[in-house]
Design a protein around this ligand. Structure first.
Ligand SMILES: [Zn+2]
Length: 150
């Protein structure tokens, strides 16, 4: 990704957003002249994979993840920026791994971890889907924590 001003090839990503046409808009800052520019990149998923419970590998789908989080945040005071932030953070976690892959359960836990800090209701909604609360005790514990916060 060359800087349009000085043609330097290194830049830092300072912001990442989804667009409506399944491209990613990134704000970049040139590492040399420090001027900022915007790039639109096709989503290639950079060959990241999610490993399903049954062992199948599926391409990591940013939009799918985002939709899941959005559903949990319905009618909650969570901004698009906050949701973007969670998606970006999760994505960067996968990218940093050696294999660029993640288990479905780990992916869920990462989101849960962030939602826990963001919004308690969204957190419980998401967790109840991903963790599918195997025992009633853990669900009650989560509810108790929720009440305490109010
Ligand atoms: Zn430059």
């Amino acid at each position: 990704m060359k800087c349009p001003f000085c043609q330097h090839s290194e830049s830092d990503v300072i912001d990442t957003r989804d667009t409506d046409d399944s491209r990613i808009r990134r704000r970049r800052e040139c590492a040399k002249c420090e001027r900022r520019f915007t790039t639109y990149e096709e989503i290639e998923q950079e060959e990241m994979f999610v490993i399903k419970k049954d062992g199948r590998r599926e391409k990591f789908d940013r939009h799918k993840l985002r939709t899941g989080i959005e559903k949990s945040c319905e009618k909650r005071p969570v901004s698009q920026e906050q949701i973007d932030g969670i998606v970006n953070w999760v994505e960067s976690k996968i990218r940093k791994g050696d294999k660029r892959e993640i288990k479905t359960s780990e992916l869920g836990e990462l989101v849960i971890e962030r939602l826990h800090k963001t919004d308690q209701v969204a957190y419980i909604r998401f967790a109840s889907v991903y963790r599918s609360f195997t025992d009633i005790e853990s669900f009650e514990k989560a509810l108790k924590n929720l009440r305490k916060r109010k």
